[in-house]
Write a protein that binds this ligand. Structure first.
Ligand SMILES: Nc1ncnc2c1ncn2[C@@H]1O[C@H](COP(=O)(O)OP(=O)(O)OP(=O)(O)O)[C@@H](O)[C@H]1O
Ligand SMILES: [Mg+2]
Length: 401
C-alpha cells in the first residue's frame, strides 16, 4: 500500500512491527539511562546459547549461599561494631539466635581484655586486614577460642557496613596444640630421666673403674721410678691418658645431668660451666648472677641450665666469638637469663624464609615454654647473637624445692 505522496503505507503487519520496534527502542533507551544513573539491577550477557540474564538478586543469592555454607562465621559491622549481617555459622558459634545477633553489638561476645585487642586490630588493620586471637563469649557463657580476620570495607553512600570479619573456631587447633605440648613435655621428661640414668652410670661405674686403674698405674709409676728407662716413660704416658679420659668422662656425665644442679643450684653450675668453657675454648666469658641469692624451682633451674647449655654450644660451634656475657637476674617475679656473644651472628629472617628447621633454637623455645616462659633471639650478620629467656615465677612461691 502507498500514501497519496507516493510513499508506501504500512500494512497492518508492518505497523505492528514498527510498534514493537518503538517499544524495544524505548526499552533500550531506558536501559542506557539506567546504566548512566547507576540504577542497573540486571545484566544481559550475550552467549553461545543466546543472551543470558543475571540479576543482582541472583548474584546476591550465590554469595549468600556461599557465605551461609561456610564453617567460619562471617559478619559485617558498622564503625560502632553493630552487627549488620551475620551468617548462621556465627550464630551457632555464639549459641544465640540469628535475630538476636543481628542488630546487637559485637562487643557483647567479647571479654573486656579481648575488646581492647580487637580495637587495636581495627585501628591498624593494614591493607591485607588484621588477625587477632580472642575468646568468644557464647550466649550460654561458654568461652570459645577463635581467630578473627578483620578487613575494612570501602565506604560509599549505600554501604553502611565498614568492617568485614571472618571468625574461625580454633578449638580443634588449640586441642592439637595442647596435645603437641603434652607430648613434647613427655619427651623432655623421658629425655631428662634417661640422661640422668646414663650420667649416674658413667659417674658411678666408669669413673670409679677409671680411678681404680689410675691408682694401679700410679703404683706402677712409683715402682718403676727407681729405674729410669722406656718402661717408666710408657707408664707415665699411660697415667696421663687415663687421667684425661677420667676427666672427659666426668665432663660428659656432668653435661648429661649435673648433680650439682640439685645440690648447689643454678648459680654454682653456671659458674663451673663458665670456667670449663673458657678453659677449653679460650673464649672469655663474663658471668653475673645478680639478685639471685635463693634457689629457683627445680624445673626452672633445669630449663635455664639446658637453654644455657645449648646457647653455649652454639657459640662454640657457630659464633667465632671473642667475648660472651651471661647474665642471670631476677626482677620481681621474673627470672631472666641472657647469653650474648660478639661473634659472626646470623640472619634469622633468611633462615625463617627458607623454612629451615632449627632444632637447637626450637628446643630452647620449648624448654622456656615448658615452664611458662618465652625466649627471644636477636642476631645480625657480624653483629653477634643474643638469646634471652624470661620465666615468670609463681607469686609468693617459697622458691625452694
Ligand atoms: N651464637 C650463634 N652465632 C652464630 N650463629 C648462630 C648462633 N646460634 C645459632 N646460630 C645459627 O643458627 C642456626 C640454628 O641453630 P640451632 O642450634 O637451631 O642448630 P644447630 O646448632 O645448627 O644444630 P643443633 O643445635 O641441632 O646441633 C645454626 O646453624 C647457626 O647458623
Ligand atoms: Mg645448636
Amino acid at each position: 500500500m502507498k500514501t497519496a505522496r507516493g510513499k508506501a503505507l504500512p500494512t497492518p503487519d508492518a505497523s505492528a512491527e514498527v510498534t514493537g520496534l518503538r517499544s524495544r527502542l524505548a526499552e533500550a533507551e531506558e536501559t542506557l539511562r539506567a546504566i548512566r544513573a547507576g540504577e542497573v539491577d540486571t545484566v544481559l550477557v550475550a552467549g553461545k546459547r543466546g543472551p543470558q540474564v543475571f540479576t543482582l538478586q541472583g548474584a546476591e543469592h550465590a554469595y549468600r549461599a556461599l557465605i551461609e555454607s561456610m564453617n567460619e562465621g562471617a559478619l559485617t559491622l558498622t564503625a560502632e561494631k553493630t552487627i549488620l549481617y551475620a551468617n548462621r555459622s556465627f550464630s551457632q558459634m555464639v549459641r544465640t539466635p540469628l535475630e538476636q545477633v543481628i542488630g546487637s553489638s559485637f562487643r557483647r561476645f567479647l571479654a573486656p581484655a579481648d575488646r581492647t585487642a580487637l580495637k587495636a586490630a581495627l585501628r591498624t588493620p593494614g591493607r591485607d586486614g588484621a588477625k587477632v586471637q580472642v575468646l568468644l563469649r557464647a550466649g550460654d557463657g561458654e568461652l570459645l577460642p577463635v581467630q578473627i580476620s578483620v578487613r575494612p570495607l570501602a565506604k560509599d553512600d549505600f554501604n553502611h557496613a565498614t568492617i568485614a570479619m571472618v571468625v574461625t573456631d580454633m578449638t580443634e587447633a588449640k586441642r592439637s596444640e595442647g596435645l603437641m605440648r603434652d607430648l613434647t613435655h613427655r619427651v623432655v621428661q623421658v629425655q631428662e630421666s634417661e640422661r640422668a640414668g646414663v650420667a649416674l652410670e658413667l659417674h658411678d661405674h666408669i669413673t670409679q673403674l677409671l680411678c681404680a686403674i689410675l691408682f694401679r698405674c700410679q703404683a706402677l709409676v712409683d715402682e718403676l721410678s727407681s729405674r729410669q728407662g722406656p718402661s717408666l716413660q710408657e707408664a707415665m704416658r699411660l697415667r696421663e691418658m687415663l687421667s684425661d679420659t677420667a676427666r672427659e668422662v666426668e665432663r660428659i656425665s656432668r653435661n648429661l645431668r649435673p648433680g650439682a644442679l640439685d645440690h648447689l643450684g643454678l648459680g654454682a653450675v653456671l659458674s663451673a660451666a663458665t670456667t670449663e668453657f673458657s678453659d677449653r675454648t679460650g673464649v672469655a666469658v663474663k658471668l653475673s648472677c645478680m639478685h639471685l641469692t635463693e634457689r629457683l624451682p627445680a624445673e626452672v633451674e633445669l630449663a635455664l641450665y639446658r637453654i644455657h647449655q645449648e646457647a653455649m654450644k652454639n657459640v662454640e660451634k657457630h659464633a667465632d666469638a671473642n667475648h660472651v656475657t651471661v647474665d642471670l637476674t631476677k626482677a620481681g617475679h621474673t627470672v631472666r637469663l641472657t647469653i650474648k656473644d660478639d661473634g659472626v651472628g646470623f640472619d634469622i629472617e633468611k633462615r625463617q624464609a627458607r623454612r629451615m628447621v632449627d632444632l637447637g633454637l626450637l628446643g630452647m623455645r620449648e624448654r622456656a615454654a615448658y615452664v611458662g616462659g618465652s625466649l627471644a633471639v636477636k642476631s645480625s650478620r657480624r653483629g653477634g647473637t643474643e638469646i634471652s629467656v624470661s620465666i615468670p615465677l609463681p607469686p609468693g612461691d617459697p622458691l625452694k624445692n
